[in-house]
Ligand binder design. Structure first.
Ligand SMILES: Cc1ncc(COP(=O)(O)O)c(C=O)c1O
Length: 380
């Protein structure tokens, strides 16, 4: 009997996988291929920095108390001074009142979005927001509606017909497109209608702002934002995330946010890595400038024909639309064979017809590497 049930389930799983295979969209895990990196989120090269690795090792050696794991959740045995110091320090770096560290950006978004709104409230989110935001919204009891990507008019219409407290959720830089939200207009709209703006700064952290503070600080919108999410797994080269906002928000999350409460806290090594990465970012502003130069170099040198298929972006994420899973997959393979690690983004991760090559630029990519990548791309 048990065997029959197992095989039925197995068959159902197999059917789902076969469907993916027939749509050319089966996801598989691959090992690091040693190619020139044009796909990771390590925008500033912190993850590979031997100097930063050394700084982290020294910080660990000099830290008085050593546990391998944090031994519990923050509310039980997992808290320590370093967490609190770091939260305060990161909050002031991004010009926020307070911050609360989460184990990942996924945890931060799912936790924040699932607990912040009541049943009678409304959450409005850009249709292209990250899966972690969508999942958080799905877990919330509030009513929720998406609005067309970066479409201010549609957002305004939806705000006007929303009920209860209104939360508007956007990313400053969209992860699969690399483009920027019209943050000033969105913030103005939210202020006008008394809506609470939540901004995910995952791909803007370390990339925008004078020292990498993100888009909100760059645009001076700190006072108009209810909450910001910054992740440490991208430009900062480590792991984890922080939700920034008021002291009241911090306290609320400590009390009501399930992905914060019911999980083992980050270990010391992660905290020291995050601390060292912030120090490193503050004292190495030239890496940020180098990244910006590389982005400009790529954009200035991409051929005219390809430029038409490039999604407008000033960020480290540059996407070329190549419709069709099969086409984009084949092209990515060809570029990889030329030595460059570029990944195809397939349907269903993006809508059918807007499959793309997602090229991530880094401070460590040389102009010669960018030239090589551009030469490996087709002319049309
Ligand atoms: C916009 C955005 N938010 C959140 C996350 C999740 O962050 P993390 O990788 O730290 O879980 C990602 C990462 O893919 C992202 O792109």
């Amino acid at each position: 009997m048990v065997c029959t049930i197992m095989s039925e389930i197995d068959e159902r799983l197999r059917t789902a996988l076969d469907e993916r295979i027939s749509q050319q969209s089966l996801r598989t895990l691959t090992l690091n291929n040693g190619l020139i990196d044009f796909c990771s989120n390590d925008y500033l090269g912190f993850s590979r920095s031997t100097q930063l690795q050394k700084n982290i090792r020294e910080a660990e050696e000099n830290y008085p108390v050593h546990h391998i794991g944090s031994t519990g959740s923050r509310l039980l045995s997992g808290n320590n001074h370093l967490f609190e110091e770091l939260e305060q320090r990161i909050a002031s770096f991004h010009d926020a009142e307070a911050g609360l560290i989460f184990n990942s950006g996924y945890d931060a978004n799912i936790g924040l979005l699932s607990c912040i709104a009541k049943r009678t409230d409304t959450i409005l989110y850009d249709q292209l927001v990250h899966a972690s935001i969508r999942d958080g919204v799905r877990l919330s009891y509030a009513r929720s509606f998406s609005f067309a990507h970066n479409n201010i008019n549609e957002l305004e219409q939806k705000i006007k017909s929303a009920t209860g407290n209104i939360f508007v959720v956007v990313e400053s830089i969209y992860s699969m497109d690399g483009d920027c939200a019209p943050l000033q207009e969105i913030a103005k709209l939210c202020s006008h209608y008394g809506a609470n703006l939540i901004v995910d700064e995952a791909h803007a952290t370390g990339v925008f702002g004078e020292k990498g503070e993100g888009k909100i600080v760059e645009l001076g919108l700190q006072k108009q934002v209810f909450a910001r999410v910054h992740t440490f797994g991208k430009a900062l080269g480590c792991h984890g995330a922080i939700v920034l906002g008021s002291e009241t928000l911090r306290s609320y999350l400590i009390n009501f946010c399930r992905s914060f409460i019911y999980t083992t806290a980050l270990p010391l090594h992660s905290l020291l890595s995050i601390q060292c990465a912030y120090n490193f970012m503050e004292s190495n502003a030239e890496m940020l400038i180098q990244l910006r130069n590389r982005i400009a170099y790529f954009k200035n040198n991409i051929g005219k024909m390809l430029k038409q298929s490039l999604i407008e972006s000033n960020s480290a994420i540059q996407c070329i639309i190549i419709p069709g899973n099969e086409n984009v997959r084949a092209l990515a393979k060809q570029i990889q064979e030329a030595g460059f690690d570029v990944r195809p983004i397939l349907h269903p991760t993006v809508p059918a017809g807007s499959e793309r090559l997602r090229i991530c630029l880094h401070a460590f990519n040389t102009e010669k590497e960018i030239d090589g990548l551009l030469q490996s791309l087709p002319l049309v």
